[in-house]
Design a protein around this ligand. Structure first.
Ligand code: ATP
Ligand code: MG
Length: 183
């Protein structure tokens, strides 16, 4: 499974609809300080269900919506869509047969969140479920940021264990057990 493109609209500095394409297995986002590179990574985390504003470098969850600049007024909503190429069928389960998987999240100033899977409205959980145990996900080890390596090295055993469980594909089953026990 490969990320084909990210479609941003009204998200942080990306006020106008913008599509960033990743045509090969290796891509790089380069640009001067403050041009929006980290905002793209925030977008990837956010659409996969990140629910902590702090992890998105904001104070409240609506801080991801473009809040205006010298020349532009703030907008009312933000939307991010990720399109994955799944033609190798690497995504198991319900979605294995889809050559392309699109996930989208939208938020309004009233903090109304909506999620979409291949264009159809779904729950946040439907999106997080797809990525559990794949190594992708809002807090997964697939996204390696500044400071993450030293955090891993200095991690307490409990925290380190979470990374190992995700890599081993166990976290999905632990999540299921937690849900069952809470019912
Ligand atoms: P660096 O190279 O310094 O890491 P960067 O390319 O990663 O820079 P980002 O942190 O992605 O830059 O982008 C920062 C820019 O995004 C700032 O100019 C900031 O004002 C803008 N920005 C962040 N949130 C919003 C928002 N909600 N509305 C408008 N602009 C925003
Ligand atoms: Mg940055």
């Amino acid at each position: 499974m490969r990320l084909k493109c990210i479609k941003l609209a009204g998200f942080k500095s990306f006020v106008d609809p913008t599509t960033v394409y990743f045509p090969t297995n290796m891509g790089a986002v380069v640009g001067p300080n403050g041009c929006g590179k980290s905002n793209i990574i925030d977008a990837v985390r956010w659409v996969m269900g990140e629910s902590s504003a702090k992890n998105l470098r904001g104070e409240s969850m609506t801080d991801v919506i473009f809040n205006g600049s010298n020349s532009r007024k703030p907008v009312g909503q933000a939307s991010i869509e990720l399109v994955f190429d799944n033609s190798d069928g690497s995504l198991k389960g319900e979605y294995a047969g889809y050559a392309e998987i699109s996930i989208r999240r939208k938020v309004t100033r009233e903090a109304q969140n909506q999620y979409f899977l291949n264009g159809t409205k779904c729950r946040r959980r439907d999106i997080t479920d797809i990525f559990l145990g794949t190594g992708l996900g809002p807090r997964s080890y697939s996204i390696i940021e500044q400071g993450m390596i030293s955090r891993l090295i200095e991690a307490k055993p409990d925290e380190l264990r979470l990374f190992i469980e995700e890599a081993a594909g166990i976290s999905k089953y632990k999540e299921r057990r937690r849900e069952t026990e809470n019912r």
